[in-house]
Design a protein. Structure first.
Ligand SMILES: [Zn+2]
Ligand SMILES: [Zn+2]
Length: 359
């Protein structure tokens, strides 16, 4: 989209004849030609703008279309998109308030931070190294090298104001109102005004956080361009998988293998918790799949002070898969001594199957 005023770029009135336009173009093209300004990046930019303006205004047909469409003129003849209309309005309103495009705010950035489940219990402060764009430490964001990288702007004599009588005081188009032009790019940022950096940053991770949760750190995104405000940093939490515990919201699930002797007779066993371990009692006659609930041994519930979820211990009876002769004999003896009343579920199952076979 043609956001610049092509007539202004060539320094002529809208009513100028094609001959006047041609003369203005030739004079400017000669003045800003890269061959004449080998180290002047601003001059090179100006030269491109002049060439672009001439490409349109130098062709009477394209010029007529440009006059009609103004800022929505496109060299390919396409109508403006809604995005371009919006951009035009932003530029125009920005222009009224003296906001320059190169003072754009910094971008927001995202950083994924992995925390351990134990840290979810307590909350934690982590030091992270976030790669971001910071204002150049050498040129202060100006883009011109502090070592003889700039000189006073000639057309405005360093004032930054456009010359000539105008209704509105305009900024100098040559230097964008800065009063100086770049003749050598900053060696640290290559003229961009920002460069990559990795600052150590402390991030507070609250207790009870879950994977995918975003923590906003205001102003720690990329620094803005020029006087632009910095963006924000979004720390995305990732809770690492735990060897023992699975998470179910604020509750924790843990598998508890017990022997079939413990299952039958009951036992005291040591189980893990997030902060250490504790002893629990397994009641006699505990079957596989049974869940023993330990109230308040789960994770903190967000926004509910001192409230914690539960720890669910899921019992799995471990059956030996290789028995010695001696062990086998002992179990066979046990089997002889027990009747169907020892395994009522098995007895009921057998009865049901038998009924089907006979019916
Ligand atoms: Zn720099
Ligand atoms: Zn100037």
């Amino acid at each position: 989209m043609a956001r610049r005023d092509y007539y202004n770029t060539l320094g002529v009135k809208k009513t100028a004849s094609q001959d006047e336009l041609k003369r203005a173009y030739r004079a400017l093209a000669l003045k800003y030609h890269p061959d004449r300004n080998p180290e002047d990046v601003d001059a090179q930019r100006r030269f491109q703008e002049i060439a672009e303006a001439w490409e349109v205004l130098g062709d009477p047909q394209a010029r007529a279309t440009y006059d009609r469409l103004g800022p929505f003129f496109k060299a390919n003849g396409q109508p403006p998109t809604p995005d371009e209309l919006g951009e035009y309005l932003t530029d125009t309103i920005g222009g009224w308030f003296g906001k320059r495009g190169d003072n754009a705010p910094g971008e927001d950035i995202r950083y994924t931070l992995t925390v351990e489940l134990e840290e979810v219990l307590t909350g934690v402060e982590k030091e992270v190294q976030v790669p971001r764009q910071c204002t150049c430490t050498r040129c202060g964001g100006e883009g011109a090298d502090p070592d003889e990288g700039r000189r006073d702007c000639e057309p405005c004599e360093g004032t930054g104001k456009a010359t000539g009588r105008r209704f509105l005081r305009q900024t100098c188009a040559r230097c964008d109102g800065r009063g100086w032009v770049t003749i050598k790019k900053c060696t640290r940022c290559d003229g961009e005004g920002r460069h990559g950096s990795e600052d150590a940053l402390k991030v507070k991770v609250p207790a009870g956080v879950a994977t995918g949760q975003k923590l906003k750190v205001r102003g720690k995104g990329n620094d803005g361009h020029g006087d632009g405000t910095p963006g924000d940093l979004y720390v995305i939490v990732n809770v690492a998988e735990h060897a023992l515990f699975q998470r179910r919201g604020p509750d924790l699930l843990c598998e508890l293998p017990i022997t079939f002797i413990e299952a039958a007779l009951g036992a005291q066993v040591l189980i893990p918790t997030l902060s250490g371990s504790m002893k629990i009692r397994i009641p006699p006659g505990t079957s596989s799949g049974k869940i023993l609930r330990l109230s308040g041994e789960g994770l903190p519930v967000p926004k509910q002070k001192d409230k914690r979820g539960d720890l669910h211990m899921q019992v799995g009876v471990e059956i030996p898969d290789a028995l010695s002769e001696d062990q086998r004999a002992a179990l066979e003896e046990f089997d002889r001594r027990t009747g169907p009343e020892a395994h009522p579920r098995r007895a009921a199952f057998d009865a049901a199957v038998t009924g089907r076979t006979e019916g």
